[in-house]
Design a protein around this ligand. Sequence first.
Ligand SMILES: *Cc1c(COP(=O)(O)O)cnc(C)c1O
Length: 388
Amino acid sequence: MRTARRIATLPPYLFAELDRKLDTARAKGVDVISFGIGDPDRPTPAHIVEAATAAIRDPSNHRYPSYYGLAGFRHAIAAFYQRRFGVDLDPDTQVQPLIGSKEGIANLATAFVDPGDTVLVPDPGYPVYETGTLLAGGTVEPLPLSAEDGFLPQFDQVPAETTARSKVVWLNFPGNPTAAVCDVSLFDEAGAFAAEHDLLLAHDSAYSEITYDGYVAPSVLEAPGARDHAIEFGSLSKTYNMTGWRIGWAAGAPKAIEALGRVKTNIDSGIFNALQRAGIAALEGPQGCVAEMVAVYRRRRDVLVEALRGAGWAVPVPRGSIYLWAPAPEATTSVGLSELLLERAGVFVTPGSGYGRSGEGYVRLSLTVPDDRLEEGATRIAKVLADR
Ligand SMILES: *Cc1c(COP(=O)(O)O)cnc(C)c1O
């Protein structure tokens, strides 16, 4: 048999190699504390689980769902946008439920990217913007993000020759892996850039509800200069500890929503209705669970930052996301530091180079580690740094 050439275009998966090292360490009996994966450790709030359980028992939910999602779920998403961002969306033409936002992020490329087209992706960034593009036959042009610029893209640095062949520009705030945040003026600037070059502005807002110290994340759709050119991807995964449930949405410009929906109707058959009912319960139910989780992450952030700074590691304090994006101390590479901490501390951190060339020199630590393990991990890292 012969596989398709397109899968050979996918970049080697750095994390697969690291997984092997992690397994080897564990097999040797090392009690590894992993700060590697951004996957909430706490359970889904009980009222959401209850809503899902009741919905599973209802036979009317057992048949094929609508391609375009339950009207009730689309309305709940539109109501969230109104309540949270003051943005009015037509639930019929501006909202598309997704089987997790990753699904929509990957499928967007099929709707917008022809072979030879270019997509501008944040570097470092969530890998799916790139892999979706490659699978559609497109090419990727990195938008380098650097600490000097607050990890914000510099649109005026993109060569005219590149914008001329581009179709889509991706943004992600609060960012994975950088934990960077932005204000709405960045979205207006991005909207002007997209309008000037006739691009779709795609914003991944997976962490919009996980912010700290009074910072409130904007939506790309609340920026007057952006909303007509933009699609935004939302997710219940991080906000409600629902990564395993696979449910999210896209919202924005009707043309983009229609194009994504057209691709999806030909590939999947929607989200299990019972899960959409759980999604309604999440968005319309009490929101105290979100504030509680944010408080948990904030406390963990502070514990980790204090321990690492105490050991001389000048890590920045994130105002959003569930990550610390930490510059590797002197002359250490991302992979070098990750390996050192695994070997000497039994602690796993993700090398930034796995998120793109500009991620070199950084490691990412996830805050989704139970409190006691997080404290133990921080102590172990601090000891290794002190001993160096
Ligand atoms: C976790 C994450 C997602 C969420 O994906 P789902 O498919 O909705 O679980 C999307 N984008 C980024 C940057 C993420 O970190």
